[in-house]
Design a protein around this ligand. Sequence first.
Ligand code: TNX
Length: 543
Amino acid sequence: MKQLLSLLLLLPVLLKAQQPMLIPQPEQMEVRQGSFTISKNTKIILQGSGLEKSARFLRDYLEKIHGISLQVKQGGNAGKGNIVLNYEKQEYRLPGAYRLDVSNDAIYIAGDNGEGCFYGVQTLIQLLPFRKGPQLAVPAVAITDKPRFAYRGMHLDVSRHFFPVSFIKKYIDFIAMYKMNSFHWHLTDDQGWRIEIKKYPRLTQVGGYRNGTIIGRYPGKGNDGIRYGGYYTQEEIKEVVKYAADRYITVLPEIEMPGHASAAIAAYPQLSCFPEEATRHPSQTAWNGDSTGKKVQQSWGVFPDVFAPTEYTFEFLQNVLDEVIQLFPGKYIHIGGDECPKDNWKRSAFCQQLIKEKGLKDEHGLQSYFIRRIEQYLNKKGRQIIGWDEILEGGLAPNATVMSWRGEKGGIEAARQQHQVIMTPGGWMYFDHTQDKNEDSVTIGGYTTIQKVYSYEPVPKELNEAESNYILGAQANLWTEYIKNTAKVEYMIFPRMSALSEVLWSRKEKRSWPDFEKRLGNEFSRYDWLKRNYSKAFFNTVN
Ligand code: TNX
């Protein structure tokens, strides 16, 4: 009898559903008794227009990953046994708020807008068991949720190594499933020009290929002499932009200028201050013993042959940007601006004359003149520029947004000048760093654990409240000098991206490493289930 009594007392504890393991952590979650079972008879019902993207994503995901095909129905009576997508106004400053209600009878997802509904779907997906149908039990919960930051980004460098469209789409899915909303596509650099520009076919024909599969640091270490390259056609780019838009993700294209321009210069040498000179690496020794012509770089580093600030170059860049604008509908175009050595501008009579003519202080003033001209051009076309924090030097272009990568200093300064900022400081947000101390792999720049990523706070303490409003959010960057294939890309971003998603989405007070750590084990099981490659460094470094 006594035993029975204690068992009865224990019953609520035993029955109490386990806390679902969600990443990023939602604003509020109430775990209830019971569950809803998704089967092939379940319908996805849309009670409003503009919910198709969310419905399609859910239907396709259930079909592909869980082997259950559901019917999508527009309008009509929701009834029991269905997944209902709807709107419900929530007064919130950012798009993306939603409510998710799973009961024994139905699943109800109400977005503040279409985006909110999409994020509700992502949360529902995280509640699914890791197995195929025919019946999938979803634990009963009531969740309300909303994002903390407006800009939640992931970057990918496709110049140093090239990745096919099929993988770019996969990468976009990774972004979507962590409720992030920006894909920064680093399309041009010294080692390859990867975007088709109809007016300048040599950019991809010549600039898209280099003489060496692998990249080592200059001068030429690790070059295997095997032709390597690739590029995206405009048709493919449109396809990617649409794929992203269907997931409420904006693609931010980056066209590097005035530095990191070797590939463009190899295609059109007139873009250089010294068109006749061979491509040189920083020690001023001709590349690889080859002293003829301009070359797409076969090693990584910072190269002195940069765009000349001539009318020829401005016309070229404007024509390029005209085509870029046609392909990318987002508000922002990233124009690079980082790591532009001033050596060539210093020894060019033309540049020195221009500095005098325009009353500029020095070569930094010339860089600022360069960026301002491009900004003016893009502003006239209704677009805004984003640049790396070097665009602060010599004076910020009036409407520019700054990506702060050399620590937070540039971001703090830009916010104080009332410019918008995206934080991407190397010490926390560089996913090309190794995440395992014991790892035998070459990387640039060091060691950044998932704990460190999780600890990142995008709003610096130094800023007051008004200044803090200029911090749009943050982004992790994946530079690919040493990342040759897609498996390695996944390995570098997982699981660190899960930590980033919580930094960007969840309220600051909601963030707790011990709690996150508990959810991480489940996340690893999810990666296994979804066949994603990920680093297990976490297990080696916690203790
Ligand atoms: C610096 S971050 C660069 C990239 C390199 C990266 C390697 C930035 C704006 N420029 O060109 O790939 O370091 O970590």
